[in-house]
Write a protein that binds this ligand. Structure first.
Ligand SMILES: [Zn+2]
Length: 101
């Protein structure tokens, strides 16, 4: 068993009994961000068109039945993205971290 108590992952609670869940217990991998089948962009990188196969579009809302009180509830995720310019000398070869998968 791997225990990492220093890691702080966003979690949510059952609104009925307060049981805590991690997103990975409820959402399928890739469900939150979806998996586009086609993305069309102009020459400057602006997205003109996006298309998803059925069931592959981003899905922020999940219906779930609590493991502890057996009552249903709805989870709506809010995903935001922040970008920062990387310094050119930064070494990308040593570590790769993926938060959403
Ligand atoms: Zn509950």
């Amino acid at each position: 068993m791997c225990s990492n108590n220093t890691r702080k992952t966003a979690n949510f609670k059952c609104p009925h009994c307060g049981a805590q869940y991690l997103p990975g217990e409820v959402y399928m991998p890739g469900q939150l961000i979806g998996h586009p089948e086609e993305v069309v962009k102009d020459s400057l990188g602006k997205i003109l068109y996006e298309d998803y196969q059925e069931g592959r579009e981003p899905d922020m809302i999940e219906h779930f039945i609590c493991d502890y009180c057996d009552k249903p509830f709805v989870i709506e995720a809010t995903v935001t993205y922040k970008t920062l310019a990387e310094e050119p000398e930064k070494d990308f070869s040593t570590q790769y971290v993926s938060l959403l998968d």
